[in-house]
Design a protein around this ligand. Structure first.
Ligand SMILES: [Fe+2]
Length: 372
């Protein structure tokens, strides 16, 4: 009998390929080997010696070269792939477990707030975080909207004075999931969170639009530019700049979209100014979205979470800063410390909102309006 080949019509194959990938419900967790983490340790020390600061223009100018030459190849490959993978199976966050070795004694006590942080102690972490972005490749940037700039590396520490608000310094109320700076057109493309201390054992909250699978009827209305997003609680609510602007929550590809979303500001803020229609669509979406929130990973010192800010939102649980539960009893401990870097893949596309003398410094205040 003649050998027969059965061919599948293209349309059936496409459908099959789409349904073959189950929607991802958790980030990829990469366990860093002892050899890799030792390499990271020496890379950090070498770069501190060579450049002094991770903000040294000579380092920034050679960031991608350094990233590909210095990072362990497996890590560089994962990040390079992550930078261009927006597929059905890509969750949008990768946990690099045990990336760096943190000397807790050298770190000292957790400062009372981010304003009291000694950044000299964090130099090596700044270099390593920057290299991770460099491998995507993406460029570390700072935003005037966050701490008026405040450098390329931000220490995020729970601050007792701010524990009831919805900013990264808060701790007692639920900080709902959000993509970073959802009130900006030029929000970060990638984020990294390097945990140098998490004695409270607070889980890290993540939520990916990919967990919904392909666009469905609940998601479709979110492509319409109907939605307001107030500036977040880091700000005084005096300036009205940008408040008239409504945007889409979902954008990019129609089937597997990107997301710009802040549950606290867009749904739970009574001053958001959503129309009844917009609020209805947001609430229907949130009913489904909240079932996809991932809360199972408890970062340890040395873990770095790398996030595509167009695919994956972040947040965290309520927790009592400076205490951890042991056998049902709250025992005092050092408060959490996390180091954040944000980056953009193109400085050209943000040039209209960056400082004249610093293309890495974003001055956007609220949806295209620029700080004067
Ligand atoms: Fe955030």
């Amino acid at each position: 009998m003649k050998n027969m080949t059965i061919t599948t019509p293209d349309i059936i194959r496409d459908v099959w390929q789409e349904t073959a990938v189950p929607p991802p419900s958790a980030p990829l967790i990469v366990d860093i080997t002892a050899r890799e983490s030792t390499a990271m340790y020496y890379i950090g020390r070498q770069l501190v010696r060579e450049y002094g600061s991770y903000e040294n223009p000579a380092f920034i100018a050679t960031l991608h070269l350094n990233a590909y030459q210095l990072l362990p190849e497996r890590i560089a490959r994962i990040l390079s792939h992550f930078g261009t993978d927006y597929s059905a199976g890509q969750y949008g966050a990768v946990v690099f477990r045990g990336l760096v070795q943190v000397d807790q004694d050298d770190l000292g006590k957790t400062p009372s707030s981010w304003k009291d942080v000694d950044y000299d102690k964090l130099k090596a972490y700044g270099f390593i975080s920057s290299l991770m972005h460099g491998a995507v490749p993406s460029k570390p940037v700072q935003y005037y909207a966050q701490r008026k700039g405040g450098g390329l590396l931000h220490a995020i520490i729970p601050d007792e004075q701010m524990s009831h608000t919805q900013t990264g310094s808060g701790s007692r109320t639920d900080l709902f999931v959000h993509t970073e700076d959802a009130f900006l057109f030029h929000q970060a493309d990638f984020l990294s969170f390097l945990f140098v201390r998490n004695e409270e054992r607070v889980p890290s909250t993540l939520y990916s639009i990919r967990s919904h699978g392909a666009t469905d009827e609940v998601m479709r209305p979110l492509f319409r530019p109907l939605y307001k997003c107030p500036k977040d609680a880091n700000y005084a609510r005096d300036a009205a700049a940008g408040e008239e602007v409504s945007t889409a929550v979902l954008y990019g590809n129609e089937t597997y979209p990107f997301i710009r979303f802040d549950a606290a500001e867009q749904i739970h803020n009574p001053d958001a100014g959503q129309s009844a229609e917009a609020m209805h669509y947001l609430e229907e979406f949130w009913k489904v979205a909240r079932t996809h929130i991932y809360n199972d990973f408890v970062p340890e010192a040395g873990d770095l979470i790398f996030v595509n800010n167009h695919l994956c939102a972040h947040g965290r649980n309520a927790f009592v800063a400076g205490y951890r539960e042991e056998k049902g009893v709250l025992v005092p401990c050092e408060r959490r410390m996390m180091l954040r870097v944000m980056s953009k893949t193109s400085l050209i596309h943000i040039r209209a909102v960056t400082k004249t003398d610093d293309p890495y410094f974003i001055m956007e205040e609220h949806y295209g309006n620029v700080f004067r």
